[in-house]
Structure formats: structure tokens, C-alpha cells
Design a protein around this ligand. Structure first.
Ligand code: HEC
Length: 109
């Protein structure tokens, strides 16, 4: 009987805690760190070294210009690429949603 009670308790705790960790933004931060940060920096600020190699100006992903793009456009950049940036091949639909959610947190206030 005691074990049933503790199982229920564990169940409740898991349910109560999960939303804190299951956020798309958290998953997106992870993916961004793995697939984007090498060029865009941990917070989307863009790396000078990369800008030099590609001979482009890299916009801060939190800037007004970039944040003004629609969700669909930003996802298209991720998946198909844009200008000098090649599409990131192994990002699936859920991954691109998560990364997008994370990129939206860069928006300057
Ligand atoms: C190999 C380096 C590299 C990687 C990895 C990379 N990018 Fe880029 N990204 C660039 C460069 C360079 C540009 C600028 C392209 C241009 O202007 O021609 C760019 C442009 C962009 C833009 C458009 C910004 C603007 O000026 O409108 C977005 C959005 C973007 N990247 C998102 C991402 C996301 C999200 C990821 C990860 C899934 C990612 N990038 C991974 C190099 C990279």
C-alpha cells in the first residue's frame, strides 16, 4: 500500500515539474548551441571571424531586421539557407520550431 502512495507521489511530482523542462525554448537553446552557435554565437550576436570568412555582415539575430522576419521566413533560412549560409540539413520540423522559439528570446526590448 505504501508503494502505491509513493508511486502516485512520484507521478504528481513528475507532472508538476515537467513543464519547466519541456519548454521548446530549452530544447531550442540546446539545438542552437549545437548547430548555430559556432557561427552565430551563443546569443545570436554573430562572430566576426565567421563574417570575415564568408565576407558578409552578420546581423545580430536579436536585431530588429532579423526579428521582423516571419516565423516561416526564419525557418526557411534555417532549413534552406540564405545568401552565404547553407541550410542546416538535419533540423527537423520540431527542431526548427524549437530553435525559432529560442531565437525569439533574442529580441531586443
Ligand atoms: C557555417 C556558419 C553558419 C551556421 C552553422 C549557421 N549560420 Fe546562420 N548565417 C550564417 C551567415 C554567414 C549568414 C549571413 C548570410 C548572408 O547574409 O549571406 C547567416 C544568416 C542567418 C540568418 C539571417 C540573418 C539576417 O541577416 O537576416 C538567420 C535567421 C540565421 N542565419 C539563422 C541560423 C540558424 C537558426 C542556424 C542554426 C540552425 C544557423 N543560422 C547556422 C552562417 C551560419
Amino acid at each position: 500500500m505504501k508503494s502505491v502512495v509513493s508511486m502516485l507521489l512520484v507521478g504528481f511530482i513528475v507532472l508538476a515539474v515537467t513543464p519547466l523542462f519541456a519548454g521548446d525554448t530549452a530544447a531550442g537553446r540546446d539545438l542552437f548551441g549545437k548547430k548555430c552557435a559556432s557561427c552565430h554565437g551563443a546569443s545570436g550576436e554573430g562572430k566576426d571571424s565567421v563574417a570575415k570568412v564568408f565576407k558578409v555582415e552578420m546581423h545580430n539575430l536579436g536585431s530588429k531586421e532579423v526579428q521582423a522576419k516571419s516565423d516561416a521566413d526564419l525557418k526557411k533560412v534555417m532549413i534552406d539557407g540564405m545568401g552565404k549560409m547553407k541550410g542546416i540539413k538535419d533540423v527537423d520540423a520540431k527542431g526548427s520550431d524549437d530553435i525559432l522559439a529560442y531565437m525569439r528570446t533574442f529580441a531586443k526590448k
